[in-house]
Each structure stands twice: as C-alpha cells, then as structure tokens.
Design a protein around this ligand. Structure first.
Ligand code: ZN
Length: 489
C-alpha cells in the first residue's frame, strides 16, 4: 500500500542582533563558556527583562518576506519546563498571540514549484547548552541563554522527503537574504524540528511523530527517510504509530525517543507578567517593508530572464545573496571592457563564476565568501572575462591569470605581460610552430591524411603544449587542416 508522507517544520533561527533579547549581553557564538551572562539571562531573582526592539524589527522583516500578517499587538508567555540549561525554569516565548500569522513560501525544485503555508512566526529566547560527557559530569554553558530566536511554524504541507529538504534550503536562503540570521547551521544559528506522519489512500494523516534537533540538511534528509521507513514498517506489520518525540543525534545519525518526562508537554503557558504587550503600528510595518530585499526566487528568475542563464546556473549563483550581488557588479563592470551589452556578457561571466572561480576556491581551500569578499573585486574578474572573450587570452592562459589575479593587486595587463600570457595569434609565427610539430609527429600526420579526423585535436593539443597554452586554437586548427590537404594534392 502506498502512503504519502505528511511533513511540517518548526524552524528556529537565531536573530542577528548585537545584544540578547531581554538584556544587554552580547549575542555571539563561541568564546569562553558563561562569559556573556548577566542576572537577567541567568534568571536571577528580581532581574527584569527588557525587550530588544531590534528583535521585533528583524522578526517583522522575516514575516514580510514570507507574506505573513504582522499582528498590531502581540504578547509574551512563560513556557515552564525543567532542564539544567534553562535557569529560570521557564522560557519566555509567544504562545496564543504571536508576532505574525499566515504567509508561506513558494519553493522551486526540479522544474516545478510548490507552496508551504505557515501557521505563525513568533519570537522567543534560546536556552543554554548542555554538554553531556560519557562517564563524567555534564557541563552547562549559559552564553546562549537569551539569544533571540525567530520560530516559524509551517503547515504540514510537504509530501516528500525531497520537498522537505528543498523547503528547508529555501527558507534558510530567504532568512539569510533578509539579513535576519547568519543561517550558519553548523553553529546552531538555524535549527529544525520536524513532524511527520503517513497518510493512507484515504488521505487522512496518521499520528505524527516529532524529531527535534536537526542541524543540517543532511540530517533532515536522513532523519525523515528513516522515520518514514519506520512508520511504514509499523503499519505494514498491522501495528499503529503512536505519538512520540525523538531527539536526533547529529554525530551518531540516529533519532532516539526522549524520556517521557522530557516529552511531557504540560508547559503551563501563562502571560509573562514582566513584559508589556508588543504594539506595532501599521506605519512601522510599512517602514520595515523597505528592508525586505530581492528574495532568492526573484533573483533566480532575474538571472534566467535578464541574463539568459540556465536554471541550474541561476540556482547556483542565487544560493547566496552576496554571490548574486557580486555577479551583478561583474556584469555592470564588463560594460566598460568593450564586450558588447550586459545581456551578452551574462553567460560569459556566469561561466567563469560557476566554473573556474569555484574550482580555484576549492583548490585553495577558500570559501567563496573569502574569495569574493576581499581577494577578487568583481571588476577585476570582469576584466579577465572580457580579456578572454575578446581573444586576448586562451582558456588555459585565462585560468593561469585568474590564479595570479587573486594573489596580488597588480593590473591584469601587467600580469599578462610579466607572465607572458598573451594569446599567440600571429599566423606566420604559428605556422612555424605547426610545421615543427607536424615534422615531429609524421605517423599522426599520415593517419590524419587517411581520414582519422580525431588527430586534428591531438595535433592542436601538441601545439598548445608547445606554446604553454598560448596559441589561438582556431588558427592552429586551420593551419593543420591546410597542411594536411597541401601534401595530399
Ligand atoms: Zn544577559
């Protein structure tokens, strides 16, 4: 029997503010444990929280980016539970009156688009971190206590594991584009909880199970695949899926049930008495709308429609907003290098951006962020692409030049001269080299004359090697063909 997965998410994004949500402690990652704490975020008796306005602003920007409706009035509640990394014994969150409701996200994948609806977006504080050490006492670090979080609760609209992963990737992109979170999942800045059930042919969803603590796209995929498989085998065996909450172990790659005490969801929500309601005037919302940038879906469409890039290449570039911006700068800059109009320059820029540049970053162990941010201004790469496109450099020479261009500020024209990279297109000079290569390869020349066409490529390759990759391959090909025919007649 075929059953369809029914999947939803709770997305937790740490907001990129300077200070924590209810105190002046720095909002950061790493550092000495328990060094960014104060009486408020440690929950000492008598300490009073004060809401960081920037948290609300970033929450509104995110809400607007996903077309959610921002509430004119929202409020905080206490969610009580016990855990060593929650010193107050409750988490301040939003319950029945969240920051925003509704909205959703269109996700493009494999040539189709689907939409995931949202229930609500709310703001809350993060808890501390407990490090469990086998056989030794556990350690608690409170630096994360009070770090602001945006939680997005989706509808269970996803019907496959692939779509679920595509959604998770796209919501990350949207939030990072908006600058509301760093989105660095390995640092825990973006974390996913998921709920999954299987619907039979009657389409009625079964009992959902929750999996918490998914901190990478790979974990989301693995956890969902295993859970779908587990529920299928329970149902195939005539059993019933019972509700449970599983905790994903990133390192071991397995989900295990939380202890029932941890799972008990009697959170005794009640209004937070120490914080007033959050009142958001409509004008404030409109003012913040200007902070919503072009989103990834629109960026992909623009790269496709305006610059004629393929769907795949548009997706690669649109993965990060800074890459879209860099690409835009490159295309603008290339206008001044006499390569015709910007539209025609798009594919040439994209080819270098997605191919050799990424290859070089990989080779040098650099992130694209490093490479683009400081080592290679967009105008410099544009100049290189223009040099290549105008015939001043061969492909090989252009790649060599790229390697040197990221290591210095020396003008490209000087580098080309100093490294002797300019393309050889002087026919007389090339004819001499071609003649000597043909003389050195008489067997191959004879086979070419007998009609083995692939030997043109071989012989061109020999000339390229002879010239350190600088010969114009088109002219060399013509010279070889002409030589082959000449001896024929
Ligand atoms: Zn604090």
């Amino acid at each position: 029997m075929t059953r369809t997965p029914v999947i939803g998410f709770e997305v937790h994004a740490q907001l990129a503010t300077r200070s924590k949500i209810f105190c002046a402690c720095a909002n950061g990652v790493g550092g000495e444990p328990n060094s960014r704490v104060c009486p408020v975020c440690l929950g000492l008796p008598g300490a009073l929280p004060v809401l960081n306005e920037r948290v609300v602003e970033l929450g509104i920007v995110a809400a607007l980016a996903v077309d959610a409706t921002v509430a004119g009035r929202s409020s905080f509640a206490r969610k009580s539970y016990f855990y060593p990394d929650l010193p107050k014994g409750y988490q301040i969150t939003q319950d029945t009156r969240p920051l925003a409701t509704g909205g959703g996200l269109a996700v493009e994948t494999g040539g189709r688009t689907f939409r995931v609806g949202f229930r609500q977006l709310h703001i809350e504080e993060d808890a501390g971190k407990t490090a469990h050490r086998p056989g030794r006492p556990s350690l608690v670090d409170m630096n994360r206590c009070g770090v602001p979080l945006l939680e997005i609760v989706t509808q269970p609209d996803l019907t496959s594991v692939d779509d679920a992963v595509a959604f998770a990737e796209e919501i990350r992109r949207v939030l990072v584009y908006c600058g509301v979170t760093s989105g660095r999942m390995h640092e825990g800045s973006l974390r996913f909880d998921t709920n999954v059930s299987l619907a039979g042919e009657d389409r009625a969803p079964g009992t959902p199970c929750e999996i918490k603590n998914l901190n990478s796209f790979r974990s989301i995929r693995r956890a969902l695949e295993r859970e779908v498989e587990r529920q299928n085998s329970v149902l195939d065996g005539g059993g019933r899926v019972t509700h449970q909450t599983l905790l994903w172990d990133e390192r071991a790659g397995v989900a295990s049930p939380m202890r029932s005490k941890e799972e008990a969801s009697d959170y005794r929500y009640f209004r937070e008495p120490d914080l007033p309601d959050v009142i958001i005037p409509a004008e404030k919302v409109e003012e913040l709308r200007a902070n919503v940038p072009e989103l990834p879906g629109a960026a992909r469409a623009r790269l496709r429609d305006r610059y004629g890039l393929s769907e795949d290449i548009s997706s690669v570039i649109a993965d990060e907003r800074y890459e879209v911006e860099y690409f835009g700068e490159m295309v603008r800059a290339i206008g001044s290098f006499d390569l015709g109009d910007a539209e025609a320059a798009g594919p040439a820029c994209a080819k270098w951006f997605v191919g050799p540049l990424r290859g070089l970053a990989h080779e040098r162990g650099l992130s694209m962020d490093d490479l683009l941010g400081s080592r290679l201004p967009a105008a410099r790469l544009a100049e290189l692409v223009a040099l290549r496109a105008s015939g001043g450099l061969t492909e090989t020479a252009a790649k060599t030049l790229l390697g040197h261009a990221i290591d210095s500020d020396e003008p490209l024209a000087d580098l080309v001269r100093r490294l002797d990279l300019a393309q050889l297109s002087d026919e007389a000079e090339l004819a001499t080299i071609v003649a000597s290569v043909l003389e050195a390869n008489p067997g191959e020349l004879a086979r070419l004359r007998r009609g083995e066409r692939k030997l043109v490529r071989f012989l061109v390759g020999q000339v390229m090697a002879e010239t350190g990759g600088r010969a114009d391959p088109r002219i060399v090909g013509e010279l070889i063909e002409a030589a082959a025919k000449r001896e024929d007649s």
